[in-house]
Write a protein that binds this ligand. Structure first.
Ligand code: ADP
Ligand code: MG
Length: 685
């Protein structure tokens, strides 16, 4: 024990310390990302070959198997073509006799001895009743090679062979295996029945059976995730214990007064979330909160109340949104909501005219503006605030980490509320956002009728338009979304224009049709949106520019063309444009998907309107290797852990990390060291 405490660092020596690793090999190993002896010991096999001797009657065609038998014919080596040869003989396994063929390994001839027992690894060819030999594992005279029933297979490269890697790993375990430390706190090890780090490492390379590998993997994955979660939880604790946040002491009576003037009563969920936010605003630490609410759950009004609270406390607030369209819509609706308060609300976007912009910047700097609503324009260098106390970021996933930071650095101890309508699957929420506090708005405002979703083929388009017409005749409005063309915005626009013409023709003068796409000028877009809001446009043909945030409660039909081109999260966002009012709404997916994945997506959409469920499914269908914005979100690449597949372990690790931090358990030097290693991997991403 004593020895281990002092010697664990020897594992972290450069790989060149290992006998047999010169500069050339070190270089090849470095290419595999291996710099220290410990790195080499953590170079785990990516799969295992099953070397257990199998029963000849239970093997399948093309399966790789190990067989044991007696050589019953003299081995024959025959050459054909240039340097091509085949070694073959018959092998008796009990009653059965099979053929064995080795290609281009003439040197094996001496090892095959008539009448002797031999153990072979190869691929079974059922039709030919032949084992296509890969290697000789053992023989009667020499059975030493066949000790392990599972053999590790490693990632290698041109500079270094599999076999060499395995030999080096063997060597490193021989010399340093006993020094592999166990960084995890004892409490966690006992609670999770972990086998211990060094044993787990060893079993990964030298497994005794598949079960052992499973348990070893669990230990190692848990460890990776625990170290990572511990880092996040410490950050959170640190933030919440330092008194450097701006305290926003608003008058509660006044705030209640404002809430009473809202055109509807807040839902219980909204009240709960607002309590959480207001508690943070009054506290001396900086708020860093993520508000997750499904589409249509009513996040804007929550943001509005928080901004009013901030203004009542004498601080400025800023709401940043990803599109001009949203800035326009939020500015309109929020101005209306706060019109009875004595507050100055301004809008700043990329299209704000120079003169007006200068005026706004002056008023911001002097503190005249209380609420600023805008796009990326709000974090530009020349924008300064008098006393910025609260930043709200709507549709936060549309912004990069740097952009969000730039805005919040425009004040000191600024409180941050990030909102997202793309429900973040829990997997991501507790990794990429693990350091933040979260609020969840789960219920929709009362009186909403669940949206019905139908998946139809293109041939049924006419019935769909008949349905659209009936809804419009009943006073409702509809969207038609043109197919997503990612490669070219020009094509995207052309497509939308074409569909606009087609739809206009289809309805002659019976319906007023509008068009919205990304190439239009901002005031044109604003005009179209105003007309749609006022029901002057009854049917809006649009590209995905309306994907996020747009709120027109009277719209009840969402038709999405070539719906299989969209991902689940995006479809859910688009569908969320309807079902926002008191009338029943419908979403029609028009699609003839060719892939299984596409069909699956259409079915899932018809089955569920739960954004959290959908985003988890989305993640599963796409896999964790392809999570939207992973690079941006700062999730490290783990050695073994896969946050989607290993979600259960992730939850355990997080739970334990929270316990560790709240119970103030002591950190050993070793634990600190391993956390730093993990953090290093994080910044590399
Ligand atoms: P999202 O969470 O998707 O941003 P919005 O904030 O745009 O949703 O709200 C969706 C619609 O619900 C808006 O028309 C809004 O006015 C309405 N709304 C929000 N809160 C309530 C409530 N408590 N009662 C009734 N309607 C509400
Ligand atoms: Mg919104």
């Amino acid at each position: 024990m004593e020895k281990q405490m002092t010697n664990w660092k020897s594992c972290f020596q450069p790989i060149t310390t290992l006998p047999g690793v010169g500069p050339k090999r070190a270089e090849a190993l470095a290419e595999l990302g291996l710099a220290s002896i410990y790195d080499l010991m953590s170079h785990f096999p990516f799969r295992y070959e099953d070397m257990q001797i199998r029963d000849i009657h239970s093997i399948a065609d093309q399966e790789k198997v190990t067989l044991k038998g007696i050589v019953v014919t003299e081995p024959i080596l025959s050459y054909y073509g240039h340097r091509k040869n085949r070694l073959y003989f018959r092998l008796a396994i009990g009653e059965a006799v099979i053929m064995v063929s080795f290609f281009n390994q003439p040197y094996l001839k001496n090892k095959v001895i008539l009448g002797e027992e031999i153990i072979l690894f190869g691929k079974w060819d059922e039709k030919r009743q032949t084992l296509m030999g890969i290697k000789i594992v053992g023989s009667q005279s020499n059975d030493e090679d066949h000790q392990q029933s599972f053999e590790a297979v490693y990632r290698a490269n041109k500079g270094i062979k599999q076999k060499t890697i395995f030999q080096l790993i063997q060597k490193s375990f021989e010399l340093y295996g006993e020094f592999i430390p166990d960084p995890l706190p004892r409490i966690m090890k006992e609670k999770r029945h972990l086998m211990g780090h060094s044993l787990a490492m060893k079993l990964m390379h030298f497994p005794t059976n598949p079960q052992a590998v499973q348990e070893a993997r669990y230990q190692l994955i848990y460890q990776e995730l625990f170290l990572y979660q511990l880092g996040l939880q410490e950050l959170r604790k640190h933030r919440r214990s330092t008194k450097q946040g701006m305290v926003l002491r608003y008058d509660n009576q006044q705030l209640r007064g404002f809430i009473k003037t809202l055109p509807f009563e807040l839902t219980d969920g909204q009240k709960k979330v607002l309590n959480e936010i207001c508690y943070d605003l009054l506290a001396p630490y900086t708020m860093n909160r993520l508000l997750q609410g499904d589409v249509g759950s009513g996040k804007t009004v929550v943001a509005t109340v928080a901004m009013v609270a901030s203004a009542l406390a004498g601080a400025q607030s800023c709401l940043m949104v990803p599109t001009e369209l949203l800035a326009y819509q939020h500015h309109q609706s929020i101005s209306k909501l706060v019109s009875n308060q004595n507050l100055v609300v301004a809008k700043l976007t990329g299209s704000t005219k120079t003169k007006e912009r200068r005026e706004i910047l002056n008023q911001l700097a002097s503190g005249k503006i209380d609420l600023l609503i805008g796009t990326h324009a709000v974090f530009q260098d020349d924008v300064t605030f008098h006393n910025l106390g609260l930043v709200i970021i709507d549709e936060q996933h549309r912004f990069g980490v740097k952009q969000r930071q730039k805005l919040t650095s425009k004040g000191e101890g600024v409180n941050i509320l990030q909102m997202t309508a793309t429900p973040i699957p829990r997997t991501l929420a507790i990794t990429s956002f693990g350091e933040m506090d979260t609020s969840i708005l789960s219920e929709a405002p009362k009186g909403r009728i669940p949206i019905k979703t139908h998946w139809v083929k293109e041939q049924e388009m006419d019935q769909v338009f008949q349905y659209v017409k009936r809804e419009i005749d009943a006073g409702r409005q509809a969207y038609v979304i043109s197919p997503l063309i990612e490669e070219s915005e020009t094509l995207d626009v052309k497509n939308a224009e074409e569909i606009y013409r087609m739809v206009s023709e289809r309805f002659h003068n019976q319906v007023s049709v509008g068009l919205l796409h990304g190439r239009m000028k901002n005031d044109e877009k604003d005009q179209v949106m105003t007309d749609f809001q006022e029901n002057k446009i009854q049917l809006l043909v649009s590209t995905t520019v309306i994907e996020v945030g747009v709120d027109v409660p009277n719209a009840t039909v969402m038709v999405i063309l070539d719906a299989d081109r969209f991902g689940l999260a995006q479809l859910h966002q688009l569908r969320g444009r309807v079902g926002r009012g008191a009338h029943a709404s419908t979403c029609v997916l028009i699609a003839s998907p060719k892939t299984e994945n596409g069909k699956e997506r259409m079915k899932i959409m018809c089955d569920s309107t739960d954004g959290f469920y959908l985003s988890q499914k989305d993640l599963e269908l796409r896999g964790s290797g392809d999570i939207f914005g992973v690079k941006q979100s700062g999730i490290p690449e783990f050695l073994l852990a896969d946050i989607v597949r290993d979600y259960d372990i992730l939850e355990e690790a997080r739970y334990d990390a929270i316990e560790f931090v709240t119970q103030d358990y002591e950190k050993t030097e070793l634990l600190e060291y391993f956390m730093k290693r993990q953090a290093k991997d994080m910044t590399e991403v």
